[in-house]
Design a protein. Sequence first.
Length: 418
Amino acid sequence: MYIEAQDPEVAAAIAGEEDREKHGLELIPSENYASHAVREANGSIFTNKYSEGYPGARYYGGQQFTDGIENIARDRAKKLFNAQYANVQPLSGAGANLAVYAALLEPGDTVLGMDLSHGGHLTHGHPVTFPSKVFRFVRYKMKNADTGEIDYDEMRDVALREKPKILLAGFSAYSRELDYERFAAIAREVGAHAVMDAAHIAGLIAGKALKNPFDAGFDVITTTTHKTLRGPRGGMILTRENADIAKKIDKAVFPGLQGGPHMNVVAAKAVAFGEALHPSFQTYAAQILKNAKAMETVFLHHNVRMLGGGTSNHLILADVYGSLGVTGQEAETVLDEVGMTLNKNSIADDTRKPMDPSGIRFGTPAITTRNFGEKECARVAELMIETLRNTNNAATKAKVREEITALARTFPIPESFV
């Protein structure tokens, strides 16, 4: 590698990360492994090229290949999600959400989205974010944190009272499937746009393991491309059929919020979407859900409380402080020590602070990419609980670390998925 001779410090960090991923298990539900082909496109010669504008309407010359690659990415995205329009230029999921706000709202307009403490996302209007300074956000919650049921009656009451311009579905730490028909019906009743932030579950939708919000009448889907889609780090916006909305979104992305797109990332998105169109991707998506259910069964057996009572998707949010007397921060740290990487996470109406909350969030997309099945995932769940019940036992942690290393060696990270 050129980098080894030119910049050994950076090369060492890259090698270290490669070793960490190879010998440990990635359980953060928003992370995954990209194929060698995706990474190759991401590091390609397209890094050099400015391509402000859209195919056929650029502000620089030399676009015959950038236009081609962006059209490939858009066409594949539309096919995956049964959409008529796709913008593949957003640099992140947060940027995609901001572009939708900019396209569909005027300053001061109202958005109704999921409360962060009940599974929503920062970009859905948390006070620390920039959109909250421009737009007005109101929130809905779960009716019962132990079942995960959304209080749709309250959502409708809030929508009728607040008259939002966007009714926003989607989440970052919610383990059940949403009732898209109820969302769409409420949105139509109050004259709002129905928008789904599918960043976490886009791959499960594309793989037909979960429902497609467009089938229920949603107007827009935003997503990242690096989670369950196994692509490069980036964002995307899909429009079902409204050409006017699509034009507004295109203008909001460029020139509204971004300059030149990262064409190397667009190329990598095209590769990832091609992989997701392969029949094997549907098998992968279905296995993610089976594996999450296998982990749920173990946590139920050990009486560890799960928000939502379990999972209907790829992730589990567990109350380890209430069930095991271990804080989320302590759990994250000790599990990292034995080779299982996940993240601390607040639970609904958490009494603890966000940097040391009551819960942990983990999921199965990455280990399913490594070809783990239900048996292996159940064993990982057992090892998680054993570790959390013996946080100060060096012998237990050494034994668990050895078994995790053996599992990682038995199920190496694939370089190709098709």
